[in-house]
Write a protein that binds this ligand. Structure first.
Ligand SMILES: NC(=O)c1ccc[n+]([C@@H]2O[C@H](COP(=O)([O-])OP(=O)(O)OC[C@H]3O[C@@H](n4cnc5c(N)ncnc54)[C@H](OP(=O)(O)O)[C@@H]3O)[C@@H](O)[C@H]2O)c1
Length: 295
């Protein structure tokens, strides 16, 4: 006999793309029950239903959501709110159901129509890149899944995240967009930062294709140091040492050889001075000199 605590809830997926497929595959592996699948096209809904060995699929989401304890709306971000509204208008949410979306930028407030229908709403964002619906390895293993929303929705998201092998992190609903901005900085702007470094090394005679090879150990070493000792301790280099002469010479050469990159170099430098001050590795006088140079 199955203990009641081990019975996993039934879930429906609306939006049968990359994230909807990954959730389905690995929730099934953990004993969650498939209730139904809906997508913009019947072909996508059928494909995911087949994968789940389930025969309930539709282009009309409310036809498959009404009996689900958990409803995932995994359409593209721009379609989540309208999809939720359409399900609510067609009485597609049962009172007490948990309704979740997986957007990193949007909060659970866009699911208001489901909340008005008596559901508990939340967002459950996996910090992972899903590139395809062909998934073999569990993409949720040891990643962060950030959750926010009604306490019942957060609780259910936490349990599912842990079942999927992820680490659950609760964030504030009103700061969801800031959380997304942070992820953009950590991921996308790291690419921009590397582009800046390659742009500086090019006039020094190193081709971009070679630059990554040259800099990869430096990048990985820095990341390892950040993990090991944190910020500000991981900061090294001329600003950390208060070496304004070197920074002045950087500025001269950038002005001369890559002037389009000067402003970004200065801006990043200005943000680095307070980190060096927090590390207590430069004097207040040296910090003033650097700030003046980087203005
Ligand atoms: N991909 C990632 O790396 C990633 C990472 C974290 C979070 N997310 C989030 O996860 C969610 C889904 O993203 P995804 O990458 O899985 O997108 P996706 O692969 O493009 O899948 C979205 C699915 O939604 C369906 N769809 C589009 N409009 C619809 C509508 N009006 N009604 C019903 N279904 C509709 C599409 O259907 P058809 O196939 O039938 O045309 C498609 O299969 C988004 O909120 C996204 O921000 C994505």
């Amino acid at each position: 006999m199955i203990e009641s605590s081990s019975i996993k809830p039934g879930f429906a997926v609306v939006g049968c793309g990359k994230v909807g497929t990954a959730l389905t595959k690995f929730l099934l592996d953990n004993g969650y029950q498939p209730v139904g699948f809906a997508s913009r096209t019947l072909a996508s809904a059928r494909r995911l239903a087949n994968l789940a060995k389930n025969d309930r699929f539709s282009e009309l989401p409310w036809q498959i959501t009404a009996n689900a304890q958990i409803v995932f709306i995994t359409t593209p971000d721009g379609a989540i709110e309208a999809t939720c509204n359409a399900i609510a208008q067609n009485q597609g949410f049962s009172p007490g159901a948990i309704v979740l979306h997986c957007s990193g930028a949007l909060s659970s407030t866009i699911l208001k129509s489901a909340a008005d229908a008596g559901a508990f709403v939340g967002s459950m964002h996996p910090l992972q890149s899903f590139a395809s619906t062909e998934i073999r390895e569990n993409p949720f293993l040891q990643i962060i899944i950030s959750v926010e929303g009604d306490s019942r929705a957060v609780e259910a998201s936490r349990t599912m995240s842990e079942d999927l092998g992820a680490v659950c992190m609760e964030i504030q609903t009103r700061a969801k967009m800031l959380y997304h901005a942070a992820a953009v900085v950590a991921s996308n702007y790291l690419v921009t930062l590397m582009d800046l470094a390659f742009g500086l090394v090019e006039p020094a005679g190193i081709a971009r294709s070679e630059a990554l090879k040259a800099m990869a150990p430096l990048i990985q070493g820095t990341l390892a140091n950040i993990e090991k000792v944190g910020i500000p301790e991981a900061l090294t280099g001329p600003i950390a040492r208060g070496d304004s002469q070197i920074v002045a010479r950087h500025l001269e050469q950038i002005q001369d050889r890559a002037p389009g990159l000067l402003e970004l170099y200065k801006t990043l430098g200005r943000h680095t001075v307070p980190i060096a001050l927090a590390k207590k590795s430069l004097s207040a006088q040296a910090a003033l000199e650097l700030e003046k140079l980087l203005r």
